[in-house]
Design a protein around this ligand. Structure first.
Ligand code: NAP
Length: 486
């Protein structure tokens, strides 16, 4: 019997999906793995984001790896720094550090017909049989092209690149944007601001949730001593999360119940009719990525706060000017304006078979086979790539399931079954047609604008439940791929 082939693998990114991938590879006995990470530490979004109020609005029990459930989260909804620490701890616990090269931004990855040639910004070069892109979704901050923003004499900061030295207490603050981030940062900054103006272009439904609830210490201590119970709790959470998928993927009484709760959250907390009108969206709850907060409505009602719904016209040296002619004088502008989520892997100069660039391959928008394989890009996979279930299924779980699927291919390569694997256009088109059809009855398709939409107008999410995802990624269907060599 032949000895297993050496398999060199480059993983791009050491965030949630990169860590899940590296550990899945490690557990399958792959040891020639290099993880190239652009940031100065692991953690992905949890490394880059450290704005005031950063909390995860997904319960911690579900926002963790199935292979490393943490028994003792401080809160039911963990704060950002604790999640970042958890990710770093997992990396240490699994001894991954020697694989990870920090401050290493991949600038090009080119397939030469046999192997991938990968280059980082500092000029280092790597060769590998496989590349796995775990480059994240909410990675590139979006700065809106507001006239005069660059002439503002005070401080301008994007939430995803927060300056920890920035003083906000006692100052006049403008927060632009009302997604999950804007709502969290407004709640955190309002109490100590001199004044806070929240610029809301499109109001969001904000579901009331007690984000501050501690996880009982006793529970943490018990789960620490009983690892099996800890894993069982995680599994129970995964099973329970199926109910949430149904809420978003098709009309159901559960969707109606959650939507009614969203409306109730607004009605019971905002009693002033004029303010309530301003805060009432003209689309269904859950259509955009649902915002959860137990403090936002209180913050915007405070005496030092103002909701500004008139469109922003321009920024001057000391003010944000709105279309109604008002000049809102401020000292600090906080851009909670989100990301360019569909720029997967870009601006890497990614070139597949015969020099095909990812920009050309995706001229009509990002698309992949089952979220992970791209025609024209042999021996390359993505984790949390196009259509990843960022809106319905726990993220870590989706990353782990995808990583296991990829490892299935790599094991076959290692066993010498093929040299090159590439998904076909036909299989990818078929998968995308299935996705397009299933997106019809989703709540994301009920008439709102959101970051889920690509520029081409497609909803970049997975409209299936977890069971379907598991089936979809349970084994390789050779008929959907071209296998060459060996
Ligand atoms: P986002 O949801 O994309 O929101 C961006 C906001 O900026 C929107 O309110 C948008 O208004 C506004 N905006 C953009 N350009 C503008 C302009 N020129 N003038 C005025 N307003 C403008 O971004 P995000 O809040 O950073 O959240 C992104 C995602 O990150 C979330 O949906 C969630 O998935 C994730 N996240 C998660 C957590 C968590 O707790 N788990 C926390 C934060 C973020 P329009 O709606 O009108 O476009």
């Amino acid at each position: 019997m032949n000895s297993p082939r050496t398999t060199r693998i480059i993983v791009i990114g050491a965030g949630v999906s990169g860590i899940a991938t590296a550990i899945t590879l490690q557990r399958a006995g792959f040891h020639k793995v290099t993880v190239l990470e652009k940031g100065s530490d692991v953690g992905g979004v949890w490394h880059w984001n450290h704005y005031p109020g950063l909390t995860c609005d997904v319960p911690s029990t579900l926002y963790q790896f199935g292979f490393a459930p943490k028994p003792d989260w401080s809160r039911i909804f963990a704060p950002g720094p604790e999640i970042q620490r958890y990710l770093a701890d997992v990396v240490d616990e699994y001894g991954l550090r020697p694989w990870i090269r920090l401050n290493s931004e991949v600038v090009s990855a080119e397939f030469d017909g046999r192997t991938w040639q990968v280059r980082t910004g500092d000029g280092a070069e790597f060769e590998a049989e496989f590349v796995i892109a775990a480059t994240g979704v909410l990675h590139h901050p979006f700065t809106p092209p507001i006239e005069g923003l660059d002439t503002f004499a005070g401080d301008v900061v994007h939430t995803a690149r927060w300056d920890d030295d920035l003083v906000t207490d006692g100052r006049r603050i403008a927060v632009i944007g009302t997604g999950s981030t804007g709502v969290q940062v407004v709640s955190a900054l309002q109490p100590k601001a001199a004044r806070l103006a929240h610029f809301v272009r499109t109001p969001q439904w904000v579901i009331w949730a007690p984000m501050w609830l501690p996880q009982p210490k006793l529970l943490g201590a018990v789960l620490q001593r009983l690892p099996r119970a800890n894993r069982a709790l995680y599994q129970a959470g995964l099973q329970a999360s199926r109910l949430f998928t149904d809420v978003v993927t098709r009309p159901s009484w559960r969707r109606k119940a959650v939507q009614a709760y969203a409306r109730l959250s607004l009605r019971t907390q905002i009693l002033d009719p004029a303010l309530r009108t301003e805060l009432t969206p003209d689309y269904q709850p859950l259509c955009k990525r649902q915002v959860l907060s137990g403090t936002y409505y209180r913050a915007v009602k405070a005496r030092n706060a103002e909701l500004v719904t008139a469109p922003i016209e321009r920024v001057t040296a000391n003010a944000v000017v709105t279309a109604d002619g008002r000049e809102h004088e401020v000292d600090v502008i906080v851009l909670a304006t989100g990301f360019r989520p569909h720029d997967y892997m870009r601006p890497i100069n990614l070139r597949g078979r015969d020099g095909l660039s990812i920009d050309d391959a995706w001229a009509k928008g990002p698309h992949a086979y089952r979220m992970t394989a791209i025609p024209g890009f042999p021996n390359l996979f993505t984790v949390l790539g196009p259509n990843s279930p960022t809106g319905s299924i726990p993220l870590h779980d989706a990353a782990e399931v995808t990583a296991r699927y990829i490892v299935g291919w790599l094991e076959r390569y290692r066993a010498g079954e093929f040299d090159i694997v590439e998904v076909t256009e036909a299989a990818t088109a078929r998968f995308n047609a299935e996705v397009a059809s299933a997106l019809g009855p989703t709540v994301w398709n009920t008439g709102c604008n959101s970051w889920y939409f690509t520029e081409e107008g497609f909803i970049d999410l997975l409209p299936f439940d977890r069971a379907t995802m598991l089936t979809m990624l349970s084994g390789q269907e050779d008929g959907d791929f071209v296998l060459t060599g060996a």
